[in-house]
Ligand binder design. Structure first.
Ligand code: LFR
Length: 495
């Protein structure tokens, strides 16, 4: 018979998967059971997730596992952070669930800072300021007098919502709670100060539960997952970035003197260090780094970088113009293009949710005094070089914040497959890059389930298992010099 499996449901901003993981001959083996698209839904100027459609797909994937021979030991869900739904007092779902790129949060910072000073919000939460944070989504709801806040009884983050569907148990998991910018990790509780200042109903913010907790058994019947009834849901780090960082193949955990950093590379690039305590000081606030809660009390000191979003959206824009493209040929065209023709800052706010990414880049080029892209290759290369240049800046900031020298950059997730971007990163940063695992998020999810069930003793043991199972690809700096001048130009772009 095949080895017993743990199932990871891993939802990203553009697709979702159900994967099975098991230990065979001392190695972690993964297999993908089901993959599906995650397309946002636009309704009268609002942007939502199709949460019920995703639930159908999740059930489909889980049913495939139920139908297979392998015994299922546990299930856990991770997704992107910051988004939420509400249940009413009867336990009914209110509304379809907003997408974090929905426009209602634009301009919320000054309104928030009228109520609580920016410095105070940072001191309270340690979080970076992004308009998409739950705090500003909820403030927007309050400021538009949304009646939803009056009838909401329980808030659930997106993974919590799926865990609730699976088990009937409503609980907010810790790592994702910290992405709201309403949680105080030092006092280990919701920030009553911020809830009050934003006039949010405190009843909806229930106590948080830690990764590794056995939430409860999966329901059977029509709403449940026939064939998996009774199987425990074990909470992973439900924030996908939290799960990805669990899967860093390092030989230590949350070191006080980090000599490695990670880039969790997908739609976003999350670049940072895993440290033992939040780092909450003026310099951190000034550089707008975040302190997200990790597993077993660790902290992810990191920065959100625009990521492969721009690359994905260039593809979407060109396809709307009738071109047919695929990733490998786009990367090839980028590799063939002359370096540094068009520098693109991945964190320019104009790229957050433009109607057309190609137009947005042309406007950016114009505004920053650069010639617009002569052909697609220039665009593609610019999107990748912009990331590598941003990583270089971010690396310097990380070293200054932690007071250490970082020798190794671990690139995790789908972006680890992009050899061109990995090499650019090694060159731009003048550091060794270890790329992989590609499936970091699902692996981290499964490892945490194993720790929760006591099958693995610790995260460090889990990392040993990961090192034994997945061989990273090594990129050494090869041609770093040209990046110095490019970095100088890049730093001045916004001036
Ligand atoms: C990555 C991620 C980031 C978070 C962003 C929005 O998938 O979870 O960590 O800042 O999505 O939720």
């Amino acid at each position: 018979a095949s080895a017993p499996v743990h199932l990871a449901v891993d939802l990203g901003a553009s697709s979702g998967r159900v994967l099975a993981g098991c230990i065979e001959e001392g190695q972690l083996k993964l297999s993908e059971l089901h993959r599906f698209a995650n397309d946002p839904v636009h309704v009268q100027g609002r942007m939502y997730w199709n949460l019920l459609g995703l639930w159908q797909e999740i059930r489909k994937g889980l049913s495939l596992a139920a139908a297979s021979e392998a015994k299922v030991l546990s299930v856990g869900v991770d997704t992107w952070g910051v988004d939420y739904v509400f249940l009413d007092a009867n336990g009914d779902l209110i509304g379809p669930g907003y997408h974090y790129r929905d426009a209602r949060t634009r301009g919320m910072f000054p309104k928030a800072f009228e109520r609580v000073a920016r410095e105070e919000i940072f001191a309270e939460t340690g979080l970076q300021f992004m308009e998409l944070n739950t705090a500003y989504q909820l403030l927007a709801a309050r400021l538009e007098n949304s009646p939803v806040l009056d009838i909401a009884h329980q808030m659930l983050m997106i993974p919590d919502f799926f865990h609730w569907l699976l088990t009937g148990k409503a609980a907010i998991e810790y790592t994702n709670a910290t992405t709201t910018q309403l949680y105080n990790t030092q006092q280990q509780g919701w920030s009553q100060k911020l809830l009050k200042a934003f006039d949010l109903p405190t009843r909806v913010f229930s106590d948080v539960v830690q990764p590794g907790t056995v939430l409860g058994p999966i329901l059977g019947g029509q709403g449940g997952v026939p064939g998996l009834e009774g199987v425990p849901v074990v909470l992973p780090a439900t924030h996908d970035t939290g799960s990805a960082v669990v899967a860093v193949p390092a030989d230590n955990f949350a070191p006080a003197q980090p000599d490695w950093c990670y880039i969790s590379s997908g739609t976003w690039s999350l670049m940072g260090c895993e440290i033992p305590e939040p780092l909450i000081n003026d310099r951190c606030a000034e550089l707008n780094f975040t302190n997200e809660g990790g597993v077993q009390g660790s902290t992810r000191l990191l920065k959100n970088i625009g990521g492969l979003w721009i690359f994905q959206q260039i593809k979407a824009s060109l396809e709307r113009r009738g071109q047919t493209l695929d990733w490998p040929s786009m990367v090839q065209a980028a590799a063939d293009a002359k370096p540094f023709q068009l520098l693109i800052d991945p964190d320019c706010p104009d790229f957050a949710a433009p109607a057309c990414m190609v137009d947005a880049i042309a406007a950016f080029a114009n505004r920053t005094g650069q010639p617009s892209a002569a052909d697609n290759g220039v665009l593609f290369r610019g999107a990748l070089e912009g990331l590598a240049l941003r990583y270089r800046t971010c690396l310097g900031w990380l070293e200054s914040l932690t007071g250490t020298t970082i020798n190794t950059i671990h690139i995790l997730g789908g972006g680890a497959q992009n050899a061109l971007l990995c090499q650019m990163t090694a060159d731009a940063c003048r550091r060794r890059v270890l790329a992989g695992p590609v499936e970091a998020t699902a692996i981290g999810n499964i490892v945490m389930q194993m720790v929760g069930l006591g099958q693995i003793g610790s995260i460090q043991e889990g990392r040993q298992l990961i090192r034994d199972s997945f061989q990273p690809v090594v990129y050494e700096p090869q041609d770093p010099d040209p990046w110095d001048a490019a970095a100088e130009r890049f730093e001045k772009l916004d001036a």
